[in-house]
Design a protein around this ligand. Structure first.
Ligand code: HEM
Length: 447
């Protein structure tokens, strides 16, 4: 029998700030130090007590075995909800169950072949815009591309102008989520600073654009049943009522962010790593040439692109977009013999779990071959969680694998991207985990 004890506190908390400075100054180092401090570590952000869960087995308890004791909550999450609303990623309880059931058909496996085509079309269009020998803002291009894919698939009737408007609002809001969560001093975020004004303007603009989008859909329903059409058509089984406009609004805003920032960042890291590692690039190109032989990639090719699959798996291990995730304890919980009091913020970091030397040999080394079947079998199931797990697992996981695979194959078959600086970019941890710079030189493989 395990005895419930208090989590071991992490040293160095400051009055009022707690460990907020540790997180703000060196977020990635801090989450690894918390992991190394013990399986459950107590720390504070501002005056709020928090716990970091440092092992895959205990994260499994939070996400699966004892999931009903943990709600969505915590500082990053609270700020995301403030800016992006109470959509699927934020909702708790019955609202979450209802919305998940409602939206699931938009992510059904049967739709992936069509989504794959949209991803390769968008990637072809981007490829046609790149110029041999030019320096491109590849990070921005890939974000635009994933928005294009989303608006050809789960939001099929969104015009390119509306999509571009929405896209232009997102970066300021995504940056705002992390800034507010890591500097938990509310007054700072209410000062009339340019950064706060820009965020408020973008939020207003996003509201207006999404309002217009809903009105357009109502006036001219799309031919293809997409996610927004599902939301507009849904009726409650007992009351017959439709989904409230406010909820539809929140679903669109949060899906536009969750469905673009994530895949675009993973693709961006893929090209940054290929630019820094010609040895890996050669292997990827050899596989693409062998499997595709110069023709465009098609959905049935994806399982044959085994090296590409391992490469993306390794990208999501080293640079998981959701590098820090949170829950809030809904009741007192015993987690591996540690007491988690009701109301405490519970953190876990896929970044820290994925770089745990107890699980991954030489964890800071990028090595796609650690995902060869015989080696991957040794990785415990919940030590690798780029898409989370349990009832809150990413609804877009299949969409993401398809989109990333198709886009990476399409672009890498035609382009070799080169770094403009000697040193590779560093990971910058905010709301997502992105590369510290975003330009690369585009060189056509065929000259
Ligand atoms: C590389 C790409 C992606 C990564 C790494 C990723 C990661 C994640 C993670 C870790 C979660 C769980 C968060 C938690 O447990 O707190 C999540 C949830 C979610 N993701 Fe993704 N995601 C990706 C792509 C996408 C795409 C393409 C979409 C939509 C088109 C999407 C939509 C969502 C939604 C709506 C949720 C909330 C699900 C729920 O709570 O029921 N994601 N994602």
């Amino acid at each position: 029998m395990t005895l419930t004890r208090e989590a071991r506190p992490y040293p160095g908390a400051l009055p009022l700030l707690g460990h907020a400075l540790h997180l703000a100054r060196d977020p990635l180092g801090f989450v690894e130090r918390l992991r190394d401090h013990g399986p459950v570590t107590e720390f504070r952000l501002g005056t709020r007590p928090a716990r970091m869960v440092g092992t895959g087995e205990l994260v499994k308890e939070v996400l699966i075995t004892q999931q009903s004791a943990f709600e969505k909550g915590g500082p990053l999450f609270d700020q995301a909800t403030r800016l992006l609303g109470n959509g699927l990623a934020a909702a708790n309880g019955e609202l979450h169950r209802r919305q998940r059931r409602l939206l699931q058909p938009a992510f059904h496996h049967g739709r992936m072949a069509r989504y794959a085509e949209a991803a390769s079309d968008s990637a072809e269009a981007l490829s046609d815009r790149w110029r041999h020998g030019a320096v491109a803002d590849v990070g921005r291009d890939l974000h635009d591309m994933t928005m294009d894919v989303l608006t050809r698939t789960v939001f099929s009737a969104v015009t390119p102008t509306t999509a571009a408007e929405i896209r232009s609002c997102i970066p300021a809001l995504v940056a705002g989520v992390a800034r507010r969560a890591f500097v938990p001093i509310d007054v700072v975020h209410r000062l009339p600073l340019p950064v706060n004004r820009r965020e408020a303007e973008r939020l207003d603009r996003l509201y207006q654009v999404v309002d217009g989008l809903i009105a357009d859909y109502r006036a001219h329903p799309p031919e293809q049943e997409d996610m927004l059409a599902l939301l507009l058509a849904a009726r409650d089984e007992t009351t017959g009522e439709g989904v409230a406009d406010r909820q539809i609004h929140d679903e669109i805003r949060s899906m536009m962010v969750a469905g673009t920032e994530t895949s675009a960042t993973a693709l961006h890291w893929s090209f940054q790593v290929l630019a820094a590692r010609p040895d890996l690039e050669r292997k990827l190109h050899a596989e693409l040439d062998e499997v595709l032989g110069g023709r465009p990639v098609e959905y049935p090719d994806l399982p044959k692109l085994e090296y590409l699959g391992r490469f993306v798996q390794e990208i999501l291990r080293m640079f998981p977009t959701g590098w820090l995730l949170t829950r809030r304890a809904a009741a007192d919980v015993d987690l591996g013999g540690h007491r988690i009091p009701a109301g405490a913020d519970v953190f876990f970091s896929p970044y820290a779990l994925h770089r745990d030397p107890a699980v991954f040999a030489d964890p800071h080394r990028f090595d796609p071959d650690r995902w060869l079947p015989e080696r991957a079998a040794a990785v415990p199931r919940h030590a690798y969680l780029p898409f989370g797990a349990g009832v809150r697992k990413c609804i877009g996981e299949s969409f993401a694998w398809t989109e990333i695979g198709m886009a990476l194959a399409t672009l890498a078959a035609r382009w070799r991207l080169r770094s403009t600086e000697a040193r590779p970019p560093r990971p910058v941890a905010g709301s997502t985990l992105r590369p510290s710079r975003s330009v690369l030189r585009t060189e056509a493989r065929t000259g």
